[in-house]
Structure formats: structure tokens, C-alpha cells
Write a protein that binds this ligand. Structure first.
Ligand code: APR
Ligand code: PHB
Length: 389
């Protein structure tokens, strides 16, 4: 088989890139290791920047999002019992869109199927060959049979645990990593959200977040020990802990119910440089991970997709390789700004085991500045709603 671009990984990065290229008349195949059902069972964040919504529109995958998503014009921060709102519209002209990553991925699968885009699920043993030459190839096993794909380019959209990144030679590749000494225990609950906006909470007992998927589906998190397992947290223990970490007004009115999903996510910052080697281009979690504070994972994958999609268009339509040659540099410049923002949000809101009284005072001063200073709120707002591409 021959295609122009072989895409490894059918998560949101691979699916969005694949559909944009497909709609632009560039021939692609998506190779996904898991089944469609497995990918759609993963619960991830659900706050989308305008740039991502625009890309979904271009991909023809935004109809359900427009019908079902919620628009947020601000967010709430709390410190123990006190809270304040940071309005986005006073500082930017963009709101954010609340719509789950799972639903977004489902919409991308549906449009790929409807437009007859090539995709193979359940592929095994994906191997990349000759990525630094003119004719790269991908080999894999699909439904028990070997498949060989010749292509012009390979997009490595296979997430943090994928194979693509390893093809950038060790002597060329630099990896930057920070592991945080805690995790997030999250639950999904078929109850109305406690508030119309998200609440990011710094409390003496640790961080908590009140989020949502829609008017009758809520997503809540509490900071937990990195070594905890989700089974050791009963629903009651979760709700009790959450209520102690949010202002009384919300603790008194929150509607609790059985969790329909409960899991623990580790917190990590990670960047791989460069994001390109020969004809291999990394995109999304394959190249970088952010801690979830600020919901930048999916949105940063989307900015990579934007740069790479436009670079492929430039290469195929205008025979101009400039966008592809500068992809890594362009994408990384934005990635590091987002890393800074996610690290800052994480540092401001969590309890760290090494925190001294001094560190806690600094944290309080940071939150106090955010509450009182229009400039500090503006800086948060422009980052939260999404830096320009
Ligand atoms: N071959 C084929 N597919 C693979 C391989 C492989 N060797 N390794 C991994 N994959 C698939 C995974 O099964 C997964 O479906 O690649 C996909 C990668 O998807 P994600 O991990 O979701 O990464 P990405 O698409 O970059 O999405 C961006 O934003 O909110 C964050 O981390 C969150 O997933 C989210 C990300
Ligand atoms: C979520 O809704 O899952 C969510 C929202 C905001 C975050 C992280 C996760 O910062």
C-alpha cells in the first residue's frame, strides 16, 4: 500500500491531523494499536481552546460539539473558604468550550468513517523504517496479516508510550522531565455540576477541582498520593475529602452520587526535542506531556496539529518545504510556553511534601496577587483560553 502520510496512533492528535489532511486531498492512513471501543473508554480532560474548536470545524467534526458543548467565560479559584472569579472576557475576546475529549474523539471517528478515510484498529507490532531517507515505510500486523505501507512522511501521534519518539537517535534527542510527587484522583458522576464555572481549589488538605462534562455529568478531582490506588478510595471517602477542600458554600450544595468512573492520573511535565527527524514528525503526547492543571494536554496537541497540517499543505500544494523544516522549532516555542503555564498553575495550587512555611506563604501571595491584580488575571486569561498559534 502507498499513502502520502502514514499516521501512527488514532488518539485525538492522529484523528484530527488525519481528517484535516484527508479533507485537503492528502492521502493518509491511521494505524491504531487499540480497538475503537478501548480508545473511547478513556476519560480525559474537557476544556477546549478556540483554536482546537476551529480545527474541528475545518475537519467537519464540530456539529455535535456546537449542539452540546457549554461555553465558559471565566473560572473560579478558591483558597480554603474564600473564592474569586477570573473573567476571561475582560482580558481576551475568547471563551473556552467545555466538551469531553472522549466525545471529541468519537466525533472524529464518525467523520473518518463517513468520509471513507483509511484507518486500521487493533494493529500490532508497528515498525517504522528508513525515516531519515526519502522513502520511509511502516510495517505492522493487522487482523493477523502483515501490512506494508510506503509513504512520503510519517506523523508520530502515538502518545507518550508510543514507538515513534524512539526513532529520533539518542544522540540527537533531548528529553526534559519533571515528575510531581502526587496524583489526581478523578471521578465522573451523573450529578449536576456544583457551579456553572470550574473551581480550582487550593486548600490546606491539598488541591481539588470541580469540573463538568454537561448539565447532568460532573467531573471532580482531589490531589492524592502518587502511590494511592483508585480502589482504596470509596465514593464516600472521595466526596468527604472533596467537600473539605472546597468553600463551604459549594460543599453544602454539591450533589453527590455513585461514581461511574474513578481513576488516578500521575502528574508529569515532559518535552522531547526535536519533534522531527528526517521524515518523521511527532505530534501531541508523543512529544510532550503537561500536568492536567489548566487542561492544556489536548489543546497543545491541537497546536502541533495546526502547524503540521499547514506545513503538509504547503509542501503538497506549493512544493514549499519551509513549514516542514521549521515545524519542530515552531511547535516547541509554543509547547514551552504552555509547559510554563501548566507548571505555574500546578505549583500555585497543590500541596507539595517538601513545602516549608515559607513556600506556603509564597503560594498564598501568588493567589492573592491573582485575586487583586488585573494584570495577573489578564496573564492567566490569555494563557487559559489559549495562546495564539
Ligand atoms: N502503534 C499504533 N498506535 C499506538 C502505538 C503504536 N505503537 N502506541 C500508542 N498508540 C496509540 C494509543 O493507543 C493511543 O490511542 O496512539 C494513541 C495516542 O493517543 P493519546 O495518548 O490520546 O495522545 P494524543 O492523540 O497525542 O492526544 C493528546 O491530550 O489531554 C491530553 O493526554 C491527553 O490523550 C490526550 C492528549
Ligand atoms: C476536566 O474536566 O477533566 C478537567 C478540567 C480542567 C482541568 C483538568 C481537567 O484543568
Amino acid at each position: 500500500m502507498r499513502v502520502q502520510v502514514a499516521i501512527i496512533g488514532g488518539g485525538p492528535s492522529g484523528m484530527l491531523l488525519g481528517q484535516l489532511l484527508h479533507n485537503a486531498g492528502i492521502d493518509t492512513i491511521v494505524l491504531e494499536r487499540k480497538t475503537r471501543e478501548y480508545v473511547l473508554s478513556r476519560i480525559r480532560a474537557g476544556v477546549l481552546e478556540r483554536g482546537l474548536v476551529d480545527l474541528l470545524e475545518q475537519a467537519g467534526a464540530a456539529d455535535r460539539l456546537h449542539a452540546e458543548s457549554i461555553t465558559h467565560d471565566g473560572t473560579v479559584f478558591s483558597v480554603n473558604n474564600e473564592y474569586f472569579n477570573v473573567p476571561f472576557s475582560q482580558h481576551t475576546d475568547k471563551p473556552v468550550t467545555v466538551y469531553g475529549q472522549t466525545e471529541l474523539t468519537r466525533d472524529l471517528y464518525d467523520v473518518r468513517e463517513k468520509t471513507n478515510g483509511k484507518i486500521l484498529f487493533n494493529v500490532e507490532d508497528v515498525q517504522l523504517h528508513a525515516v531519515d531517507g526519502d522513502s520511509p515505510r511502516v510495517h505492522c500486523i493487522a487482523q493477523g496479516k502483515p501490512v506494508s505501507i510506503n509513504c512520503d512522511y510519517i506523523a508520530g501521534c502515538d502518545g507518550f508510550h508510543g514507538v515513534s519518539r524512539q526513532h529520533i537517535p539518542a544522540g540527537v534527542r533531548s528529553e526534559y522531565e519533571k515528575i510531581y510527587p502526587f496524583g489526581w484522583l478523578g471521578i465522573l458522576s451523573e450529578t449536576p455540576p456544583v457551579h456553572r464555572e470550574l473551581i480550582y481549589s487550593n486548600s490546606d488538605r491539598g488541591f481539588a477541582l470541580c469540573s463538568m462534562r454537561n448539565d447532568s455529568l460532573s467531573r471532580y478531582y482531589v490531589q492524592c498520593n502518587a502511590s494511592d490506588s483508585a480502589d482504596q478510595w470509596s465514593d464516600k471517602a472521595f466526596w468527604d475529602e472533596l467537600k473539605q477542600r472546597i468553600p463551604e458554600q459549594f460543599a453544602d450544595t454539591i450533589e453527590t452520587g455513585p461514581s461511574i468512573e474513578k481513576s488516578i492520573a500521575p502528574l508529569r511535565s515532559f518535552v522531547c526535542e526535536p519533534m522531527q527527524w528526517g521524515r518523521l514528525f511527532l505530534c501531541g503526547d508523543a512529544a510532550h506531556i503537561v500536568p492536567p492543571t489548566g487542561a492544556k494536554g489536548l489543546n497543545t496537541a491541537a497546536s502541533d496539529v495546526y502547524y503540521l497540517y499547514n506545513a503538509f499543505k504547503q509542501a503538497y500544494r506549493d512544493n514549499d518545504l519551509h513549514g516542514l523544516d521549521s515545524y519542530s522549532q515552531t511547535a516547541l516555542a509554543r509547547v514551552w510556553k504552555v509547559q510554563r503555564f501548566s507548571w505555574w498553575m500546578t505549583s500555585m495550587l497543590h500541596r507539595f511534601p517538601v513545602h516549608t512555611e515559607f513556600d506556603l506563604k509564597i503560594q498564598r501571595a501568588e493567589l492573592d496577587s491573582l485575586r487583586q491584580s488585573k494584570e495577573a488575571q489578564a496573564a492567566l486569561a490569555v494563557n487559559y483560553v489559549g495562546l495564539p498559534y
